[in-house]
Design a protein. Structure first.
Length: 348
């Protein structure tokens, strides 16, 4: 099962909205086939693992290990349970049930009805953690929310400034942590920033330093202050703007405008809209006010906080956050703290 999870992670950034799944076929303690779900719309892990078996006559005396319950419904691909039954595989070991209501135990029940011995719950916690985004989507019908920021040793995110022309952003991250951020961007579907961040930093919000899928850029712009010359509107990758009123000077083919009520809870409206747009994971990159709003409302799932040795002495104060510490890693002169919200719930 450990090998299944290793294989599954190879599909990271390419399978959404499907989960990452790995599968291994074992005959007398020897792996004879393995596979993983490579990309959304393509064959599932079980299909690839079975197809990799050269001696098909061994399948009726083999065990299939899979990190998520095999599907039993027709979607982009045929049901994997049918393939397992057809190949007369007698034993299947499953890490965890699929939370998708269209599956949710149905695949296991179908296999058992056909006489297949099914073992459930091997490395279940690790499998659920691997697909935390998928489980959150299916159970809570909302995007998985990740917060990210860099702060100085004295807990400032930036020095005082009023425009990009006046002064460049404070240099807090180093070359290595910049690359790690770009890797994280390939693992989510959308990146959110507030108006001030868009105005002061003119960010591109692209994953230029890591291979993978480009996320959709998302900005909050209540009063339509972000200029048309902004990098967010450069058509490199799509952009969504949340606003109080539609403006007519943006390129429609690259920018989608969504009107929300700024008198109501904007965070909830944004998450609801993004889920409807098919954006199931969200990276909130700033600024401090936007990050704090998610923290204060407990509307986050995990956070990455980078602290460097740089001292700024004054400026924009970094948010305060508490949660379950997952890890602390050091990258050159910076320390990255990875924490999780202690209560993951449906906050919509």
């Amino acid at each position: 099962m450990q090998r299944c999870l290793q294989l599954a992670r190879k599909g990271e950034g390419f399978t959404c909205p499907n989960p990452m799944v790995g599968a291994v076929v074992v005959h007398h303690n020897r792996i004879i086939g393995e596979g993983y779900h490579r990309q959304y719309g393509e064959d599932h892990a079980e299909v690839n693992a079975i197809a990799a078996v050269k001696e098909r006559t061994l399948l009726p005396d083999s065990t299939l290990y899979v990190s998520l319950e095999p599907c039993s419904h027709h979607g982009k691909t045929p049901p994997c349970t049918e393939l397992i039954i057809k190949n007369k595989i007698p034993r299947v070991v499953v890490a965890t049930k699929d939370p998708n209501p269209a599956v949710s135990g149905a695949g296991i029940d179908l296999m058992r009805k056909h006489g297949i011995e099914v073992t459930l719950g091997v490395m279940e916690e690790e499998s659920r953690e691997l697909n935390k985004i998928f489980f959150t989507n299916q159970l809570f019908h909302r995007p998985y929310v990740i917060l990210k920021w860099a702060q100085s040793k004295d807990r400032f995110m930036d020095h005082p400034r009023t425009s990009l022309r006046e002064k460049l952003p404070a240099l807090i991250s180093n070359k290595l942590t910049h690359t790690i951020v770009h890797k994280l961007r390939t693992q989510v579907q959308g990146i959110l920033v507030g108006t001030q961040t868009a105005l002061l930093d003119n960010p591109q919000l692209t994953a230029r330093k890591w291979y993978g899928q480009q996320p959709i850029r998302i900005a909050i712009d209540k009063e339509n202050k972000i200029p048309t010359s902004s990098a967010l509107f450069n058509k490199i990758t799509p952009t969504i703007v949340f606003t109080a009123a539609i403006r007519g000077d943006l390129p429609n083919e690259a920018v989608k405008q969504i009107v929300i009520d700024f008198q109501e809870d904007t965070n909830i409206q944004i998450l609801q809209s993004l889920y409807q747009e098919g954006i199931y994971s969200l990276l909130v990159e700033g600024g401090a006010r936007l990050l704090s709003s998610f923290i204060e409302k407990n509307m986050w799932d995990e956070a990455y906080v980078e602290t460097s040795e740089t001292m700024l002495h004054n400026g924009v104060k970094a948010p305060e956050i508490q949660g379950k510490e997952i890890s602390t890693k050091r990258y050159l002169d910076s320390r990255q703290l990875h924490i999780k919200c202690q209560i993951t719930r449906n906050f919509l």
